[in-house]
Design a protein. Structure first.
Length: 81
């Protein structure tokens, strides 16, 4: 995961807003079946594979690792085991 995230947008909707969401709250809102499925998903990047959910290195709370834009994102993989 990134220590710092920067964003640059070529254009933006004049009436739009940038929203940030605590990712731990998304994880905590999952029901047990969803949580079990998400625990088996991995984010696949150009040269790396990360679990979609992982414990935050400082807080220990479960959080998410993902990016939905190229070239950083290739696919999601599922552990079938």
């Amino acid at each position: 995961p990134f220590a710092v995230q920067t964003m640059h947008f070529w254009s933006a909707n004049a009436s739009g807003s940038t929203l940030f969401c605590p990712l731990n709250e998304i994880v905590e809102a999952l029901d047990s079946k969803e949580r079990e499925e998400w625990d088996r998903l991995f984010f696949v990047g150009d040269s790396s594979v990360h679990p979609l959910m992982y414990p935050h290195p400082k807080t220990g709370k479960q959080t998410l690792c993902f990016h939905l834009g190229g070239p950083f994102f290739r696919s999601f993989a599922r552990d079938s085991g």
